[in-house]
Design a protein around this ligand. Structure first.
Ligand code: ZN
Length: 255
């Protein structure tokens, strides 16, 4: 069985059919990440552990940039009150594409710090975003003692992956870009399978090798990503399936 360790199932159309396709593809668990207060509320209303959809509660750093202090504070308070109902804190992190000023970046840092403290207090793992901020994210996680971490879509640098995985024991996830992007393939080749998880970030659209136009991704795509990992690591699909299931289970704590 497979796990999609990072997706946004509150944003998809036709959830029931999508869940069925996931089940048929052997994707038995999906960690769906909230991105805003409305998204956190939707997650708790629709998805209940033990699954197949496991809700994570968070405030996306790109969303955070657009909020005023009152809205941001209410989001944080909601997260704190409802965290026991979630499997993880996420999606949280830093996004330097959207935070361009020093003040915006400082605010993202401050909120990320609060999320790390809440994760520690409630003993929850983190589902972390780091667009254009891989190094600052990693440095903040290490400085603040985060231990149970998934760095989602963190496949831009072999050096940082080594630091995250080998030295810190963090997990790194790769998604459908692995099917087409040679840089990602090179990086993923060097990540030990024991530190690797699979994701789609659904419904983010991708151009698949055999498709004419970009398509909205969905968890049922996970076995294709797993097959590419198997090819790159010189392993069977079964071995990748077994190890990534074990990894996901140990991080997210499902049965
Ligand atoms: Zn995401």
């Amino acid at each position: 069985m497979f796990v999609d360790s990072h997706c946004h199932l509150d944003q998809v159309q036709g959830l029931e059919a999508l869940a069925l396709r996931a089940q048929e593809a052997g994707v038995a668990r999906m960690v769906s990440c909230a991105t805003s207060l409305a998204s956190m509320e939707a997650h708790l209303a629709r998805f209940k552990a033990p699954g197949p959809v496991l809700p994570a509660l968070g405030l996306h750093p790109a969303d955070l940039v657009a909020l005023d202090d009152g809205e941001a504070g209410r989001s944080l308070a909601f997260l704190e009150a409802h965290l026991p109902e979630a499997v993880a804190v996420g999606e949280v992190g830093l996004d330097y594409k959207y935070a361009v000023s020093t003040a915006q970046r400082a605010r993202q840092n401050a909120f990320f710090s609060r999320f790390l403290a809440l994760a520690k207090k409630h003993d929850k793992p983190l589902n972390v975003h780091s667009r254009r901020a891989e190094r600052p994210v990693l440095e903040q996680l290490i400085a603040e003692g985060a231990q149970r971490v998934l760095l989602h879509w963190f496949t831009g640098s072999s050096k940082l992956c080594k630091l995250a995985a080998a030295q810190q024991g963090y997990f790194v996830s790769c998604g459908p870009t692995l099917l087409t992007n040679e840089l990602t393939q090179g990086v993923v080749k060097g990540i030990p399978l024991e530190n690797l998880l699979l994701e789609t970030d659904a419904p983010v659209p991708y151009s698949l090798p055999d498709a004419a136009a970009p398509e909205a991704s969905e968890p049922a795509w996970i076995p294709r990503v797993a097959a590419k990992v198997a090819e790159l690591h010189g392993l069977s699909l079964k071995e990748v399936e077994r190890q990534t299931w074990k990894n996901a289970k140990s991080l997210w704590g499902f049965r």
